[in-house]
Write a protein that binds this ligand. Sequence first.
Ligand SMILES: [Zn+2]
Length: 548
Amino acid sequence: MVGKVLGERADLRSKVKELSGVINAVVAEVNSLSLQEQKAIVEKNWPETQKKHEAEEKKLSPLPNADKYHVITTRFSPNPDCVLHLGSARAIVLSHEYARMYNGKFIIRFEDTDPKTKKPQLQFYDAIREDLKWLGCKWDEEYIQSDRLEIYYEIVGKMISDGNAYVCECNPEEFRKATLAKQACPCRNMTHAEQTGRWQKMLAGGYQEGQAVVRVKTELDHPNPAIRDWPALRIIDTKKYPHPRVGSKYFLWPLYNLAAGIDDHLMGMTHIIRGKEHYTNMVRQKYMYQHLGWEYPEAIHYGRLKITGAALSKSKIVAGIKEGDFADFDDPRLGTFQALRKRGITPEAIKKVIVDVGVKPNDVTLSWETLNSYNRKILDATSDRYFFVAQPVELKVTAVPKSLHVVLPFHPDKPRQGREYNLTPDNGELRLWISGNDADAMQAGQTIRLMELFNIQIAEKASNGVTAIYASESYEDVRKSKVQLIQWIPKGKEYSAQVVQQDASVSEGYAEQYCKKLKPDQIIQFERYGFVRIDGVGEKLKAYYAQK
Ligand SMILES: [Zn+2]
């Protein structure tokens, strides 16, 4: 309580003793009331606090038919052809949170079965694992589809043998014509022996890429032609397009619906939580489930999560890096988790945004402001404060009457711990660094307060700095006239620093020498400047600007 009050009322810091007496009495009085009485007082006097509290408690709505299943099982299934970005956050966070909410199982499954057009890359398997760990979404089981090809072949073999799938040799144009006319292609109604022969030929490598495809039977008059007899397994020339994990060992590769559909059943998926663009895939897969006598899991489809002003599509990200528009996957202008992490967005903020949005079929557009406001709540409570002056300008204060010892608290909640400075005037003169912006805004005759130090009156602005006269020490003297409070750094105690901005430009300045002790990835607040994430400390401090 003492810390909170002092944080909001800096002027009371000299009266800590009296204050703690008053606070103790009030706390004792509140503690003597029943919980109901306490709630009633809050509701009556601060209704907005109550509402805010309720909003913070927001939980996910229950899953459909949850009690039908023994172990609630969900999955996240990325293609390791790129790093993850904010667009994946919904699938990851919702699937993980639901599994946790029901004490169930969360599975990660790498869907890496297209070595030709959506070619996976080895580096991204690990990058994705790292992204999930950073998000705090631990998985209970991991699968890689390129390890499971023979499982898919076996089930395809069964479907062909049962007459529920067939090897089609038609060229795409022929097949399309037949399908649009709601008619069977010549392959569909072949005898069991003919189809088994084709399947053996396919397994033995008797077809070239493009010469044959396995199709799963559906109703030929399904209203959506794209559903009719969908393709399930095709040939890829892996001599030409080797897979990063299994090279040229396999040439039969499942298409999305076959592999995902089979795995969801075999892995015991109970709830599939995914984007609504997958709705027709569900319709396709349900035919296969029917053929195999399986029960389709509960499927929940949500809308897209867009964020204004961030490049979110994989192709744009990859192309931008290739062309040199972005430095790498962690370029601060991108919406990748690597970039968000680098610029100080916390995983807690991302999770909270997603849970608050919940599962809705409509598209949701988030702004950086929304994400930042979630992030600020988390950072504000935990980040230590320091001073930073960008484009520093020298400030000479004259007529300082005495030496001063100041403690600048790391955080309003810990008023007794902080950065300490002994300032000894030389002939009444103190020299400090202030920011270029503050210096620019000053006018001769104006009164300014140096934060936590003393008040000054500006005497003169010159090209080589600003001169001011010591006015008084107490904040109380100037509080009512609402003077500007500015940060400062004693000359000689500065530490060169650069802050990478969100547009990738760099701002130079001085931070306090205390910043030398910071650790990489620590997020701090430069007062009156913003939150920054420490990237490295060395000759110079390097930080990434996070947000206001
Ligand atoms: Zn055919």
